[in-house]
Design a protein around this ligand. Structure first.
Ligand SMILES: Nc1ncnc2c1ncn2[C@@H]1O[C@H](COP(=O)(O)OP(=O)(O)O)[C@@H](O)[C@H]1O
Ligand SMILES: N[C@@H](CCC(=O)OP(=O)(O)O)C(=O)O
Length: 376
């Protein structure tokens, strides 16, 4: 999966030690790997973790802090240390780097995300290498990514990258966490993100990592649905990242399943922050996922949250699984008033421009499917 524009994500576990503090050799290694691709003419964007892990010792905490304000303070110190280390490591290759700190709502706001995209395009035009992290010191807890896997998938979608490379301390996804199950088998390729995949992937393996394989699968899912193939694996020897880009990496390849979505559907499906949830019955679930239909009041069980007409909402099935996202044409209270009713009756009860609660042109399905991926 050789592409001209790629996003590489590197996790805390690959940059720092369990005791905290940056490992400069590891930073130099990452810079060398990325510089080689940059020199070949590729556009390389880096999403890096490590601010909290880099900062907590310097600030005086003995272990990675758990309280929000302590994490935010550690990140404020660590982010500066992180960028200083990258700046030095990339300068050795004559590469200028830029820092871009984002929060989840930045992706949901069309103006802000378009602005960020324009800035990124200009940096790439000038051959600057953009380095992203979550803006940990200001991010509101409930909206935080916490791990950077999801952030990397959203950045990849934002810039329409040709590939996403999530580098970690494990050489791919296994049938179980190899730290706990030594006879686990590596999965070389995944075509469909299944419920089973989520089951075999557990949380972080080290005390500095946060998301574990679960958040990497979620990131791969977001990227795949944006049409972006994703690699999850390890780069520990010189040339490993190049091998990964050439399709021969030490890791798991997630193929892309979707054709490129329109800009509007892309925003609905991956960038907008949902303002609530509409829970639908089994009939509506089938109509949305397999029938290519719009969502009508008859199939709705209830609305959750205080959203308004024009907001993006998640749609959940009767058992709670998220089916996708769409733009609601109704306020939440209007849905409450018409849930389960036939279309004519619904139109009598509330004043809405058209009966569809979510029109199929403003709907993006993102279900977790039941089929399993292929094994190596
Ligand atoms: N099924 C699995 N296959 C491989 N690794 C797994 C699996 N389940 C959990 N893990 C754990 O996920 C860890 C990587 O995630 P994490 O610690 O969050 O790293 P990072 O800081 O790179 O994001 C591995 O060290 C491993 O212990
Ligand atoms: N934004 C945070 C990321 C937290 C984190 O550990 O993420 P990850 O290593 O991707 O699981 C930081 O820089 O510390």
């Amino acid at each position: 999966m050789t592409a001209q524009r790629i996003v590489v994500k590197i996790g805390s576990s690959s940059l720092t030690s369990d005791e905290g503090g940056l490992n400069r050799d590891k930073i130099r290694f990452v810079a060398n790997e990325l510089a080689a691709l940059h020199a070949s003419g590729m556009q390389v964007l880096l999403v890096t973790s490590g601010a909290i892990a880099a900062g907590f010792r310097r600030i005086g905490y003995r272990a990675r802090p758990k309280l929000v304000h302590e994490k935010q303070a550690a990140a404020a110190v660590g982010q500066a240390l992180l960028m200083e280390a990258y700046q030095e490591a990339f300068a050795a290759h004559g590469i200028t780097v830029a820092q871009i700190l984002l929060t989840r709502p930045d992706f949901g706001n069309r103006g802000r995300s378009q602005n960020a995209r324009r800035t990124i395009e200009e940096l790439l035009k000038q051959r600057v290498l953009p380095i992203f992290n979550e803006n940990d010191s200001v991010a509101v807890d409930e909206l935080k990514f916490s791990e950077n896997d999801t952030l990397s998938a959203l950045v990849a979608n934002l810039v329409k990258a040709g590939g996403l490379y999530i580098l970690t301390d494990m050489d791919g996804l296994y049938t179980a966490d190899p730290r706990k199950a030594p006879d686990a088998v590596k999965i070389g390729r995944v075509d469909i993100i299944s419920e089973e995949l989520y089951r075999i992937a557990s949380g972080a393996g080290s005390s500095v990592g946060t998301g574990g394989m679960r958040s990497k699968i979620e990131a791969a899912r977001i990227a795949m649905q944006g049409g972006i193939p994703t690699f999850v694996g390890r780069a520990s020897e010189p040339g490993d990242l190049l091998s990964a880009v050439q399709g021969e990496g030490k890791g798991t390849y997630f193929t892309s399943s979707l054709q490129s979505l329109s800009a509007k559907k892309h925003w609905i499906g991956f960038l907008a922050v949902p303002q609530g949830t509409i829970v639908v019955d089994a009939g509506a679930e089938t109509a949305l996922l397999r029938g290519g239909k719009s969502l009508l009041p008859a199939g709705i069980i209830r609305a959750e949250g205080d959203f308004h007409s024009g907001d993006v909402v998640e749609v959940a099935g009767p058992e709670g699984g998220i089916l996708g996202r769409g733009v609601s044409q109704y306020d939440a209270w209007q849905i409450t008033a018409v849930a389960g009713l036939g279309s004519e009756e619904a139109m009598r009860r509330v004043e809405v421009p058209r009966v569809e609660v979510i029109h199929r042109d403003e709907w993006v399905a993102t279900p977790i499917l039941k089929e399993a991926g292929s094994r190596e």
